[in-house]
Ligand binder design. Structure first.
Ligand code: 13P
Length: 227
């Protein structure tokens, strides 16, 4: 409780934005129950959802502050997936927010162990021509975290085999937007697989789209200054 009194406006807003995003990810259908977790960079560490708490009952003071060494503060324990949240934000200065969820189509594709291939030009908003599927490792482990960090090299999203999705962004708003886009791509891929061999975009066309998107700032304008 002492901590809450010391919380400044910026920190309180970040904590509330995490709760709002958790509720939104369930409302828009990219997650269910308490299967997801969200973190935002803050000072010498991250703000992170606690484990196993229904999002609608979360209060700003329930959000965990975790330092880069893994030590944490808060009335509730951190998400069981704290390792990959911490490791991704340590490894990636371009990332200030990490969204993890179990969206139906991403998870279906991840169970099959498939990368999402370049079937639609919007694949490039995740950073390249594919969205990789990180090999399976047990939830909450250092092995899962290492697999996720590797699958995210040069990317802002990856699938986790037999598990779900990670989407990252410079802001939480962008990470949430990307999570919905990746679930849409996974849904398209799932649908195409029902129809036969999936035609893919060529690598040089993907590069062309990357260049056009970079020039136009296409995709999602930043609506908030920070996370
Ligand atoms: P937490 O409730 O511990 O965040 O776990 C949910 C989850 O996503 C496990 O992968």
């Amino acid at each position: 409780m002492e901590k809450l009194k010391l919380m400044d406006k910026d920190e309180r807003q970040k904590r509330q934005s995490i709760i709002d995003a958790c509720i939104e990810m369930n409302a828009v259908g990219i997650n269910q129950g308490t299967s997801g977790n969200i973190s935002v960079r803050h000072g010498e560490g991250i703000l992170l959802t606690p484990t196993s708490v229904p999002y609608k009952s979360l209060k700003p003071e329930d959000i965990v502050f975790m330092r880069w060494d893994g030590s944490w503060e808060g009335p509730l324990g951190p998400s069981s997936e704290w390792r990959f949240h911490l490791d991704i934000q340590k490894a990636r200065p371009d990332v200030n927010a990490v969204v993890h969820a179990h969206p139906l189509y991403c998870t279906t594709i991840a169970i099959m162990g498939h990368d999402i291939p370049p079937l639609h030009y919007m694949i490039v908003v995740a950073g390249g021509s594919t969205i990789r599927c990180a090999p399976y490792a047990t939830f909450g482990t250092a092995e899962l975290s290492a697999n996720a960090v590797k699958a995210l090299e040069g990317r802002l999203a990856c699938l986790l085999q037999h598990h779900g999705l990670i989407a990252c962004g410079r802001t939480l708003d962008k990470a949430m937007w990307l999570a919905v886009e990746v679930e849409t791509l996974a849904r398209q891929y799932h649908g195409c697989l029902q129809l036969g061999k999936v035609p893919l975009l060529a690598e040089d066309e993907i590069q062309n789209v990357i260049n056009r998107i970079a020039a136009a700032g296409y995709g999602r304008k930043e609506t908030t200054a920070a996370a």
